[in-house]
Design a protein around this ligand. Structure first.
Ligand code: ATP
Ligand code: MG
Length: 654
């Protein structure tokens, strides 16, 4: 842990007292009720056992809900057997929903494909047969490096069906990043495509696979290639096979074999916001239970009528739990979109919402702030009245962005759920329940029924209401990570050593006067200004509450007098004027919103911020800039040129 670890609790700076109680109409039809909290509180393990049995189909019932005797290595639903892919496909067909649309695929160039549950089931069976023919068996790892096309979903489910853990790697990652992930997991097969469409052009993927394998990969036997763009590809005979050659001709008969509840389902590397990504391991029964339960209750899902859209990429955990496993296990109809929000125009998302009648939208604060920057006249040109629930994930959502999201996108009508969770937690952990919780903009509020969280001070004591500290999870949960792939020590050290018997999330949080939780950013990002411990999130939210600011990133930079000083990087809204006085204006605004102690020493107006592929701001790189250091590891950055731009801006301005 860094030397800047706070030695007392975090200071509580922000005041946000807007409240959004659920409408009576919404509550009357809501899936979740307050009774869920009571049931879970009365018997936590019994509650999860009930969810597992009600929501999933098991081939063999489990005999024990939780085995925690070898903590922190958990076993959930001991003795139970199920097939995850069967739960996401066949069983809906058997229940008579084969004609229901599973996927509405929208390609970036405007091409579309619709797959019903019957069609998806057949496609997954064919792919499962093809994988088996390529020598992939139970327990073998498969790397998936694909754009957001139906084959990505089909590939993941085919792996799950035959018990081959997948490791999905973002299509935007380099050959280097792909290579290290293939090596770490010792993948036997890589599934990729010639390319995908990005910003109006085909972007090649296959060369990165060729590059990764050229660095040496003993384990990989085959590369399975989907034809998406039709662009030329290099071909290695004997190793490379076309998807349309081996999958399309495969039999659509395939009987799913039951797997142990603890059979490994996937490995997924964390976003790498704070350092070297960790290969997080998830297993079958517990993971699917919590993904299914949260997707239903947090989004108020009605599978018969809703059209759900999660804008994440499948390379991120949100894509795993809330595009593939949760929604499909629930038999939902969903949209998947291949491209970027501004291709061919900045209204593309809203056009898609109107076209498919999307009723539930799940996205990230970074996207919402981008739309704020582009201006509300763009969504206003589209019919968004089908929307009824909005969700946010990935970073703390600034209250101003939350209110904008609800007003401009949700027509001042929809509940907004701010969902806190991590790759490690596998599924949503802290979130309001629509129809139940009175929402507070900027707060994830309460652990879901069945989940126990707390905020601790340095000594491991729960902080009182009104104070901040370290977020911990105090009880094991079904979709918890089962470890870091191949590194049990790192697992214990990273998550279970900071506080005894508790999972340390690495995030700061505070409890407000009602005991509701507000996420304050990474513990590593906490600043120490003249002995005051301040969170980056609160100062960023103060900046974003200024009408001229769309996005802000704050870091603490070494300072001779104050120990650390607040340095801010801001992106202005589209219509805002720049100029010298904007800096003074913003400094004063922060002082007025949260106090003089938080006033930034320096504010840089920038065009872009460094972000990971999943859209999270990489503060450690900005800190390198603010402290005039060589910029650190940028391999998980979405766009490498951003840092050069910011650095040249810095030299220009000082
Ligand atoms: P790494 O662990 O490699 O640094 P990462 O933490 O960014 O990467 P993820 O697992 O994708 O990788 O992200 C989880 C983190 O995202 C959480 O720990 C938290 O910091 C942040 N986060 C996610 N959802 C929310 C939310 N609703 N509010 C606040 N923070 C959130
Ligand atoms: Mg993390």
């Amino acid at each position: 842990m860094s030397s800047e670890t706070p030695s007392t609790s975090l200071e509580n700076l922000s005041r946000e007292d807007r409240r959004f109680p659920p409408s009576e109409e919404f509550s009357a039809q809501a899936v979740a009720t307050s009774e869920l909290y009571d049931r879970a509180a009365a018997d936590r393990e019994g509650f999860w056992a009930e969810q597992a049995r009600e929501l999933l189909s098991w081939s063999t019932d489990f005999t024990q809900t939780l085995d925690w005797s070898n903590a922190p290595f958990a076993k959930w639903f001991v003795g139970g057997e199920l097939n995850v892919a069967y739960n996401c496909t066949d069983r809906h067909v058997e229940a008579g929903h084969g004609d229901r649309v599973a996927l509405h695929f929208e390609g970036e160039p405007g091409d579309t494909r619709t797959l019903t549950y019957a069609e998806l089931t057949a496609a997954v069976k064919q792919a499962a047969n093809a994988l088996t023919d390529l020598g992939v068996g139970e327990g073998d790892r498969v790397a998936i490096y694909l754009p957001m096309i139906p084959e990505a979903v089909i590939s993941m489910l085919a792996c799950a069906r035959i018990g081959a853990p997948h490791s999905v790697v973002f299509g935007g990652f380099s050959a280097e990043a792909l290579h290290s992930r293939i090596e770490d997991a010792q993948a036997k097969l890589v599934i990729t495509s010639d390319g995908g469409y990005r910003r109006g052009k085909p972007a090649a993927l296959k060369p990165a696979v060729d590059g990764a394998l050229a660095k040496g990969s003993e384990s990989v036997e085959h590369v399975l290639v989907v034809r998406r763009t039709g662009q030329d590809v290099e071909w290695t005979d004997g190793r490379d096979v076309w998807w349309h050659d081996v999958v399309d001709s495969a039999s659509a008969e395939h009987e799913a074999q039951p797997m142990d509840a603890e059979h490994p389902l996937f490995i997924l590397y964390t976003s790498g916001t704070t350092g070297k990504p960790k290969g997080i391991l998830h297993t079958s029964g517990g993971y699917l239970t919590q993904a299914t339960y949260t997707h239903r209750n947090v989004f108020d899902l009605k599978p018969e009528t809703d059209v759900y859209w999660c804008t994440a990429d499948i390379g991120w955990v949100t894509g795993h739990s809330y595009i593939v496993y949760g929604p499909l296990s629930n038999g939902a109809t969903q949209v998947i979109y291949e491209g970027t929000p501004d291709t061919p125009h900045q209204g593309r998302w809203w056009e898609i919402v109107a076209k498919y009648g999307v009723s539930i939208l799940y996205t990230a604060p970074t996207a919402i702030r981008t739309f704020m920057k582009w201006g509300e006249q763009i969504p206003a040109e589209h019919d968004l009245t089908s929307l009824r629930v909005l969700g946010s994930v990935g970073e703390p959502i600034n209250p101003e962005a939350w209110v904008w999201y609800r007003r401009v996108i949700g027509g001042d009508r929809t509940p907004v759920v701010d969902t806190w969770w991590q790759t490690e937690t596998g599924a949503i952990m802290i979130s309001p329940l629509p129809g139940v919780t009175t929402a507070k903009p900027g707060s994830a509020q309460v652990p879901l029924p069945g989940i126990s969280a707390d905020v601790l001070d340095d000594e491991g004591h729960p902080v009182p209401n009104g104070s901040g500290g370290y977020l911990v999870l105090t009880e094991p949960w079904p979709s918890m990570l089962r470890g870091i792939w191949g590194d049990d020590e790192r697992y214990k050290e990273t998550y279970w050593s900071r506080f005894e018997h508790m999972y340390f999330a690495g995030d700061g949080a505070k409890k407000d006067d009602d005991g509701d939780l507000w996420l304050l950013g990474r513990v590593d990002d906490v600043m120490n200004i003249s002995g005051h411990r301040l969170s980056t999130t609160e100062i960023e939210s103060a900046l974003v509450s200024h009408p001229k600011v769309a996005e802000a990133a704050v870091v603490g930079a070494a300072d001779d007098t104050t120990g650390q000083a607040v340095c801010a990087f801001v992106i202005l809204r589209g219509n805002a004027e720049q100029g010298d006085d904007i800096v003074t204006e913003l400094r004063n605004h922060v002082a007025q919103e949260i106090g003089p102690i938080a006033k930034p020493r320096q504010i840089m107006v920038v065009a872009e911020l460094p972000k990971t592929r999943s859209g999270k701001i990489m503060r450690r790189l900005l800190k390198d800039v603010a402290e005039n250091r060589e910029v650190g590891d940028v391999t998980t950055l979405a766009d490498n040129t951003v840092m050069d731009l910011i650095k040249s801006g810095m030299t220009g301005s000082s």
